[in-house]
Design a protein around this ligand. Structure first.
Ligand code: 1SD
Ligand code: ZN
Length: 309
């Protein structure tokens, strides 16, 4: 009969393939990142630094689709380019998050078998080659997702703006407009710890504020700064991690994680999988959104590359 995919034992990741044949493909995501088996400093990656720009005004709507929280953006003025994406320009479509029922699980990708408490995804599409997000989502080089691991620690200021709004989208299909600017570039790791080994470096503002004749000159007022990665990332070709699991994603995972507080994660864990006014399906976790991650799939004969130490 009819069923909707979810993360439960009944309709979860192992059952998706029954309805979404692409889920059984050979280019699926997430994967486990074996740090001592990645290919280092591939020439194509070093030749162009990864760059991004997100005006804070791009974050438009906060949505509860019943399986995560998601912020839909107005792609205008957003940009992701360089690194594995070469000269193609990608725009930000939305960003969303995956998390666990406890702080010891929740990420989709794992690093040397270790899961993080959560994983933030910034979903972009290739505007150099495709006309719409839907068209890009079907193409092998159509999408690029930036992934950031979440580790429990101190509260994250920008994430708190989102956490404070979540009670207004507590139920499935709830949606609100965002009025206070939420800056996705502030959700990316700057000086956090490392998901892999070693230390050093940071992300760098390419067009920072300048002081001139005693005045502070901001880069293109309100339009946001352009940033460049100096932290390092892992990259490989994969898929959407949710049905229909299209094999259209260039994955870029930052080696550095960001810290969010246990309390902030608990606010995520309070979202409901069912619509307002409907009765709570109390049999499974009181209908709250938890463990909304797909477990890692085989890398197969794909190559995982790294850029930066
Ligand atoms: O989980 C998201 C899903 O919500 C949807 O946004 C899709 C893009 O249309 O992307 C997946 S994911 O692969 O970024 N996890
Ligand atoms: Zn995701």
């Amino acid at each position: 009969g009819f069923w909707e995919w979810d993360y439960s034992s009944q309709n979860g990741p192992s059952k998706w393939v029954e309805k979404f044949p692409m889920a059984a493909g050979s280019r699926q995501s997430p994967v486990n990142i074996e740090t001592d088996r990645v290919e280092s400093d591939h020439e194509a990656l070093i030749s162009k630094p990864l760059r991004w720009k997100y005006p804070a005004t791009a974050s438009r709507k906060l949505v509860n689709p019943g399986y995560c929280w998601r912020i839909d953006t107005d792609g205008d003025g957003t940009l992701l380019s360089g690194g594995p994406l070469m000269d193609d320009v990608y725009k930000l479509e939305q960003y969303h998050c995956h998390w666990g029922c406890s702080d010891s699980r929740g990420s989709e990708h794992t690093v040397d078998g270790q899961a993080f408490a959560g994983e933030l995804h910034l979903v972009h599409w290739n505007t150099s080659k495709y006309k719409t997000f839907a068209e890009a989502a079907k193409a092998p080089d159509g999408l690029a997702v930036l992934g950031v691991f979440l580790k429990v620690g101190k509260a994250h200021e920008e994430m708190d703006k989102i956490a404070r709004l979540l009670p207004y989208v507590s139920h499935k299909d709830d949606c609100i407009e965002i009025n206070e600017p939420i800056d996705p570039s502030k959700l990316l790791p700057v000086r956090g710890g490392r998901a892999g080994s070693s230390n050093s470096a940071a992300q760098r503002c390419v067009n920072p504020c300048m002081r001139w004749a005693g005045r502070i000159i901001r880069p293109a007022e309100n339009k946001g700064s352009q940033w460049q990665d100096d932290n390092g990332y892992w990259t490989y070709l994969g898929s959407l991690t949710t049905p229909p699991c299209n094999e259209s994603v260039t994955w870029i995972l930052f080696k550095r994680y960001i810290e969010v507080s246990h309390h902030q994660l608990n606010i995520f864990r309070n979202l409901r999988k069912f619509p307002r006014g409907e009765e709570c399906p109390c049999h499974e976790n009181h209908g709250v959104v938890i463990n909304n991650f797909r477990p890692p799939l085989p890398l197969g004969n794909r190559v995982l590359r790294e850029c930066g130490s």
